[in-house]
Design a protein around this ligand. Structure first.
Ligand SMILES: Cc1cc2nc3c(=O)[nH]c(=O)nc-3n(C[C@H](O)[C@H](O)[C@H](O)COP(=O)(O)O)c2cc1C
Length: 223
């Protein structure tokens, strides 16, 4: 008996056929300490809704101890300001046809909070429920070349394990060139005061979200 059969009881994984009402479900899953990715996630939410999607904006739960949060006024203020944003649940990944991630760069990688959240998706993965999710990722860092691409690609590496379909922005719209030029996922450079350096980042995020919804519509109606 092969590996897939042992895991799933069959040799191939047929994605669940879902009844669709043409309304694509998008989970915008973000983590943010000081607000940049919260802003980016909201731009993605607005753009996906404008495309007719049903959108849930959820934050990856904080894991840092309160003393660490309180030692940084910007972190503390953002933590308090977003207390009412619903925490991301693993069920949100099951619910969604498409997932848009927005996460800051931590030493060229995803934050531990995001890794911890993703590591809880083993059960869904084992049931084949992450197959054909349409995914797209964004990131931010303090420096223009501080690791945003590495962070986005680290997320995509996990998505390949899921059997997800990556809807990267590519150079599908001139706004990618005008907003920093990252075809893997829209990326922000943000200074210590929270000022985003790129022009038209909101437009680039809107293009990425629009493309994610379009691919998700094609996938959910055609598979
Ligand atoms: C532990 C830690 C590691 C970081 N690593 C990097 C890094 O590798 N490159 C970089 O340019 N910025 C780095 N930063 C800066 C963050 O990426 C930046 O604060 C973040 O993108 C802001 O997003 P947020 O406002 O959503 O939290 C790091 C920050 C922290 C706290």
């Amino acid at each position: 008996m092969g590996f897939l059969a042992r895991l799933f009881g069959k040799e191939t994984i047929e994605p669940e056929k879902k009844e669709t009402d043409n309304m694509v479900k998008v989970a915008v899953v973000y983590y943010s300490s000081t607000g940049t990715n919260y802003k980016m996630a909201n731009w993605a939410k607005d753009a996906a809704e404008a495309e007719g999607a049903e959108v849930k904006l959820v934050k990856v739960p904080e894991l840092a101890p309160m003393e660490a949060i309180e030692s940084n006024p910007a972190w503390k203020a953002h933590y308090e300001a977003t207390k009412d944003v619903p925490d991301a649940k693993i069920d949100d990944l099951d619910w969604a046809d498409a997932i848009i991630w927005s996460v800051p760069t931590r030493f060229g990688n995803v934050p531990g909070q995001v890794k911890q959240f993703i590591d809880q998706a083993g059960g869904l993965w084992a049931q084949g429920k992450l197959v054909n999710k349409v995914v797209s990722a964004m990131s931010s860092a303090q420096n223009a070349h501080g690791g945003q691409e590495a962070t986005v690609l680290a997320l995509y590496k996990t998505m390949f394990h899921w059997g997800a379909i990556v809807a990267a922005p590519g150079y599908t719209d001139p706004v990618t060139f005008e907003s920093g030029g990252n075809p893997y996922g829209t990326s922000a450079t943000v200074d210590g005061e929270g000022n985003i350096q790129e022009n038209k980042l909101d437009e680039a995020i809107a293009n990425q979200a629009k493309r994610t919804v379009a691919v998700a519509k094609a996938v959910t109606s055609g598979m």
